[in-house]
Design a protein around this ligand. Structure first.
Ligand code: HEC
Length: 240
């Protein structure tokens, strides 16, 4: 073999290497994809966008609307709830808990009803109570207000309908919670929404006195005790 043959062989070898490298480089360039910041697929649900878009609108203050609510209309609306809720005193739990006395009642506290984990969490171990405002926010979009709730109800969009049905719920009690007074309701238009029920407290305490004269004055302090039945809810309304 002379040197010319060697040259040809080396040339062929180098040529092959050149071609292989070129292809490798080219395919890298063609098929390369930037590494994602996060592994996995980015799914941007439209819902999130909608939710954040809806967020800035603070929840509607139900106090002022309650002042002009119509419990009769509310009773009609309540028929929609009756598919799952009984509203009579001592009535049964259905798909949902009995709603007698629900206004002011500790959340997720009705005996014999097994609440969802979501609702129990929301109740903060039944330390929170169903104020008018909380009920309103809950029934606007139950699943949004209380994630994981078992209440399969789409919600009432119309704030006045909510006020009407809440003013009817209020009547499901031996001792209905006072309505926010119109002045309080006006004041509540300011951020302090806990104000309205708080202002309404005085008459409530008065009516409780009838029930438990001896304990009523002190009841505010030791709510959570037995006589708290009537008084604890108001405390809830205050602390929210
Ligand atoms: C499809 C059945 C269904 C309908 C309709 C329904 N609810 Fe409920 N509701 C439930 C269930 C189930 C729960 C218990 C939720 C949980 O444990 O997460 C509940 C819970 C509640 C609670 C909390 C009670 C408590 O003891 O803490 C309130 C208040 C309430 N519903 C009000 C209403 C109102 C007002 C309506 C009508 C506008 C309504 N619901 C319609 C099923 C329903």
């Amino acid at each position: 073999m002379d040197s010319f043959e060697y040259n040809k062989m080396i040339g062929a070898l180098l040529g092959t290497i050149f071609v292989v490298f070129t292809i490798a480089l080219l395919s890298d360039a063609i098929f390369s994809s930037p590494k994602p910041e996060k592994e996995g697929f980015a799914i941007k649900a439209e819902e999130t966008a909608a939710a954040t878009a809806a967020k800035p609108a603070a929840p509607v203050e139900i106090g002022p609307l309650l002042a002009k609510a119509d419990a009769k209309k509310g009773e009609q609306i309540f028929h929609r709830c009756e598919a799952c809720h009984d509203g009579t005193k001592g009535g049964p739990n259905k798909v949902g808990p009995n709603l007698w006395g629900v206004v002011g009642r500790p959340i997720a506290s009705h005996p014999g009803f097994s609440y969802s984990a979501g609702m129990k969490k929301f109740s903060d171990e039944s330390k929170k109570h169903w104020t008018y405002q909380l009920i309103s926010e809950f029934i606007t979009q139950p699943r949004k207000e209380v994630p994981g709730t078992a209440m399969g109800f789409a919600g009432l969009d119309d704030a006045q309908e909510r006020a009407d049905v809440i003013s009817f719920l209020r009547t499901l009690s031996d001792n209905p919670e006072p309505l926010p007074s119109p002045e309080a309701a006006k004041k509540a238009a300011a951020p302090a929404d806990a104000k309205a029920p708080a202002d309404g407290k005085a008459p409530a305490a008065g009516s409780d006195q009838g029930k438990a004269p001896a304990t009523a004055p002190a009841a505010g302090n030791d709510n959570g005790q037995a006589p708290a039945q009537g008084t604890a809810p108001k405390a809830g309304a205050q602390t929210k």
